[in-house]
Design a protein around this ligand. Structure first.
Ligand code: HEM
Ligand code: FES
Length: 777
């Protein structure tokens, strides 16, 4: 029925009988049929425009576009992972086919844009990418930082006394372009013309120009193509220059079959855009998001250590690349839907970045988010953006200079406009204002040049620390201090889900984990701290120092003990202070109306926290086992019979969790979920380790893990972003899928069954038993 609306390849369903009959006879839902990325909602906010899809129809065919649209995080990542089934060859194809007139114009310019890196298939792509990686090593990128700093300063010096500016026009566009040209070694000529070329290229590739515009756009693209050829020629004639394009020219001489002639010309044009427009738009998006939340901006000004984390969170929340393309090389299943061979796919990465299945409170801009680096804005896998660390560096330097020199900056009321296209997103202008009389450097001239530098790469987890105030601190039971936390400036703290915990930083630089107690409602952050006389002193400090009104530094909330809400019934088991996450889970299950029972063991009623609250809210399903009253939790008896469709969640002392592992061995795999709070023996002793080789299947790299390095450190050094948190095998955030090889598991996160399946490991501590592992990274 919608074939007439398509205008693209026609209806993909007509040939297949696999699709269910619907009242109209058409399997395309009304919302899918109505979807048009060139309509206002997607143009303004692609993640929001696809909320319905994330929730109800995560993979759908869009007749208006002629593409399969994919909106969930896991599905998008699965596509990125498999670049043989899902070829990138259409990444730079015109999303709106050229009109005959436009085609004629392009031919007149002998336009021949072909394969670069981003749209090249294997094995040609990896062979080329490997030859060209050197310019992106941390050391090589570090060398560009002073140039970026100088450019940003020059621009800021020029406007700092004005009080009002459009930052896009003043610098967000020009600085990244200059950096890109410098990085590439391309002469900086005629910047305005390059900007017009870039716009034409974006509209040509990802836009839907009207028939009249098509001709104009084709003129621009044709000229850009010629210009690129001329610049390339000039560079080839003076082979002694520095920059990534010169690396390519050199490799083209040495290995013309790997770095081909046609590649050089196509890349010359594509990279000028890839290397600057992405970063320019990302910077504008970041400033827009941060300045529209003045408290967050103020926090960044007070605590510049957070800048890398904030930039990363902005890339997640409002990335500059919002959708990317692949084409199915055979019939392939994505999220349970079969995409036929030849199906064109639009992965809306902006939507994946707002998927609650991967990011807590995904719509919130939370600069303390611990897994922001998982975002899809740089793509993923073997084609993942090579320039990500240069883009990050530029965004950080912009933010660092502005937060220091213009903390009083404000966003003006304005209507934002965007260049209409599917993939590149950022405001065309960004008006800000400030009172120049309040510039800190009037009072304190040193502010002008006092800079802070950040290491190249993903943000460091240890810097992502939030300040909170203690609203109350009072005994919950014998030896247990209940602490309730609020934001120091009165904002609402982020929502969290049952199983989440906080890491509280101690004065000695160490930290301790405490589960949030619940109910799991936005802004309600409560923890309970058991005094452990034999512990390392953290709980002693908490009991002595924490009182109403003081500030604490925390990381999180993060959830490594997530409640799967899809099971039929639940057995919750708590030992001692392990009751805290269990209580939050019980609250949630009650709210969901799911059958559950709570088993809570402890030394004595007096030492068991929250008994009254549990009796009040969960009395009917609560069993208490205070030891001093002779009550014993007999796990073997309780779990003797596996219950169909039931999950067990448990938190408590190690011996309880070890016993549980044993007593549930006959339950279906995956029934038991536990949370550990201590690790032993996770740390590295190089004397007793051996080096091993790791093959990264998605990145198509091979790296060597030395005996004195962790796998995680090695992956990071190779430019692979893996989130991490505890770095001692407790939290699960550094998990990596293993394709091949025998694993020496050192973590506390995986159950015995999960470890035995040998299909994943915690990269912060686990290693290879033999000489080699192959990872899905
Ligand atoms: C590829 C985004 C900055 C060079 C990509 C891809 C995306 C992207 C989405 C495709 C990834 C995939 O298919 O998995 C961005 C964003 C940037 C940025 C959001 C800034 C915030 C840069 C810079 C450079 C650069 C500054 C160069 C200096 C490249 C290259 C590729 C690429 C060479 C192709 C890699 C390959 O296919 O092997 N980028 N990019 N990018 N980017 Fe970036
Ligand atoms: Fe926590 Fe590896 S970082 S388990």
């Amino acid at each position: 029925t919608h074939r007439s609306a398509s205008g693209a390849d026609g209806c993909p369903f007509s040939a297949s009988s696999e699709w269910p009959e619907t009242p109209t006879g058409c399997p395309v839902s009304p919302r899918a049929a109505a979807f048009d990325p060139f309509d206002r909602p997607y143009q303004l906010d692609p993640a929001e425009a696809l909320r319905w899809s994330r929730e109800q129809e995560p993979v759908f065919y869009s007749p208006k576009l002629g593409y399969w649209v994919v909106s969930r995080y896991a599905d998008i990542k699965a596509i990125f992972r498999d670049n043989l089934t899902f070829s990138p060859s259409i990444a730079l194809e015109k999303i709106t086919p050229a009109s005959d007139e436009a085609q004629a114009v392009l031919e007149r310019y002998e336009y021949g844009m072909n394969r670069t890196l981003v749209n090249e298939d294997e094995p040609a792509h990896m062979a080329r990418r490997r030859e060209l990686l050197e310019a992106f090593s941390p050391e090589a990128l570090e060398a560009h930082a002073p140039m970026v700093r100088r450019l940003v300063r020059e621009k800021l010096d020029a406007i700092i006394h004005l009080g009002r500016a459009d930052l896009v026009a003043e610098m967000f566009w020009e600085v990244p372009l200059t950096v890109a040209l410098h990085f590439l070694g391309v002469p900086e000529e005629d910047m305005e013309q390059l900007r017009r070329f870039s716009v034409a290229h974006t509209l040509n590739t990802w836009g839907r120009p009207s028939p009249e515009q098509q001709v104009e756009v084709a003129e621009g693209v044709g000229k850009f193509w010629q210009y690129s050829g001329q610049v390339l020629k000039k560079m080839q004639d003076q082979p002694r220059g520095h920059g990534w394009m010169y690396d390519m020219i050199e490799k083209n001489r040495q290995k013309p079959d790997v770095v081909t002639d046609n590649y050089l010309h196509s890349m010359m044009m594509a990279i000028i855009v890839a290397a600057h427009e992405t970063t320019a738009l990302a910077t504008a998006n970041a400033f827009r998001q941060l300045l529209s939340r003045p408290a967050v901006w103020a926090e960044l000004c007070d605590n510049p250590e957070l800048i890398p984390a904030a930039a990363e969170e902005c890339l997640r929340h409002s990335g500059s690349v919002v959708a990317w393309r692949r084409i199915a090389m055979r019939d392939a299943s994505v999220g349970g839907v079969t995409i036929p061979e030849g199906g064109r796919i639009l992965m809306v990465t902006a939507s994946g970045n707002h998927d609650p299945g991967h990011f807590e409170n995904p719509d919130e801009l939370d600069i303390y988010r611990d897994n922001a680096v998982d975002h899809l804005t740089f793509g993923y896998g073997s084609h993942q953006c090579m320039g990500k660390n240069l883009g990050r560096m530029e965004m950080r330097i912009f933010l660092e200079e502005f937060t220091r020199r213009l903390p009083q900056l404000e966003l003006e009321e304005q209507e934002f406009t965007f260049l209409p296209n599917t993939s590149f997103r950022g405001p065309e202008a960004l008006w800000v204002r400030w009172d120049p009389a309040c510039n800190p450097e009037h009072r304190e001239p040193a502010v002008r040049r006092a800079q802070r530098d950040f290491p190249v790469g993903a943000p460091e987890a240890r810097t992502i620390v939030r300040r909170v105030r203690v609203a109350s601190a009072k005994p919950e039971a014998r030896g247990v201090l209940g602490v309730s936390l609020v934001d120091p400036v009165g904002r609402q703290l982020p929502a969290w889900s049952p199983g989440s915990h906080l890491d509280v930083m101690l004065p000695d630089g160490e930290s301790r984990k405490y589960s949030l107690c619940g109910p799991a409602e936005a802004g309600d952050w409560r923890i309970a701290v058991l005094l452990e006389e034999a512990g390392r002193g953290g709980s002693r400090w908490m009991h002595d120092a924490v009182r109403e009104g003081i500030e604490l530094r925390v990381r999180g909330p993060k959830n490594h003990f997530r409640l799967d809400e899809s099971a039929g019934r639940y057995v919750l088991i708590a030992g001692g202070i392990g009751v805290t996450p269990i209580m939050a889970m019980a609250d949630r299950l009650k709210q969901l109306g799911k059958p559950y029972e709570v088993h809570y063991a402890g030394r004595s009623r007096e030492s068991m926290a929250f008994i009254e609250r549990l009796e009040r809210d969960h009395g009917e399903v609560l069993r208490l086992y205070p030891k001093d009253a002779g009550k014993r939790l007999d796990l073997a008896a309780l779990l003797a019979e596996p219950v169909e469709d039931a999950l067990i969640y448990a938190c408590g002392p190690e011996r309880l969790l070890t016993a549980l592992d044993f007593d549930t061995a006959h339950w279906p795999e995956g029934s038991l979920h536990v949370e550990h709070f201590t690790a032993e023996g996770a740390l590295l002793d190089p004397e007793h380790e051996h080096a091993f080789e790791v093959e990264l299947a998605d990145s198509e790299l091979v790296v060597e893990v030395a005996a004195d390095r962790t796998l995680l450190q090695t992956l990071r050094a190779a430019g692979v972003d893996v989130p991490s948190d505890c770095e001692e095998g407790l939290c699960g955030s550094c998990q990596v899928e293993v394709v091949e090889g025998e694993i020496d598991h050192r973590d506390k996160v995986l159950t015995a069954a999960e470890q035995a399946s040998q299909d994943r490991l915690m990269s912060c501590c686990s290693r290879a038993r033999g000489k080699k592992l192959k990872l899905a990274l």
